[in-house]
Design a protein around this ligand. Sequence first.
Ligand code: ZN
Length: 286
Amino acid sequence: MGDTGAMCSRLSVASIIFIGLLFGSYTREWNQPITPYRVVSNLYYVGTNYLASFLIVTPQGSILINPDYQESVPLIRRSVEKLGFRFSDIKIILISHAHDDHAAGCALAQKLTGAKLMVMDADVPEIESGGANDFQYSNMRWPPVHVDRVLHDGDRVELGGVALTAHLTPGHTKGCTTWTCEMKEGNRSYHVVIVGSPNVNTGYKLVGNKLYPQIAADYEKTFRVLKSLPCDIFLGAHGSYYNMDEKLKRLRRGDSQAFVDPSGYQAFIQDREQAFRAELAKQEKQ
Ligand SMILES: [Zn+2]
């Protein structure tokens, strides 16, 4: 674990970018800039049109969830600055899961900010090997990066009065993480859920998966966990999970409650669980 980290800390920003450009399966259509916005309290959206990244600002510095692709990092930086904050104030970097569209930019974001990278235990080998151990995607690579703090299911990440809880919601990746926190605004308190991913990607083997034998049981756990989480504000690793475009239009028309959507959250989980069960039944028949 430490070896790749030691190597990485000696790499310059230019060499990190170069290594990143050699590999990876970058999708330009997912990386279009959009105007950043405040979701609730001190939680802001700083991602792209398709890749959700969140900034939580505290008096002790900021937390960034999802650096996305390496090519996203400059866009996220611009969004952070557009909101009036400093990119260099980011003290902690978190991810939704170890896929390149959420995590390939970790090394670059860490180099630019000096922030501590904190990752769920089962995703750590992926992140530190630059995607080399993925059970599904052999072409997915990013610059290896040292994980500063290994997280376990239920761990809390705290900074400047904000506490995020890391919920292990595995299946999509082995260490896929759903983040929750409580945000206060005015005299109301909101349960915020940032869903890691409940999706069974095309080609995922749910039955007889030699590289991930417990994958189906892990998805079962994920749906149990997701259904149990109290949710007022529904967010996720992609805006498409929670109809961001439509909610953002409402927010920009002045509806400050646009992202409050407990029933939309439950409906999404139910829909994704049905999709998982249908795929599992199909594969079990084969
Ligand atoms: Zn993914």
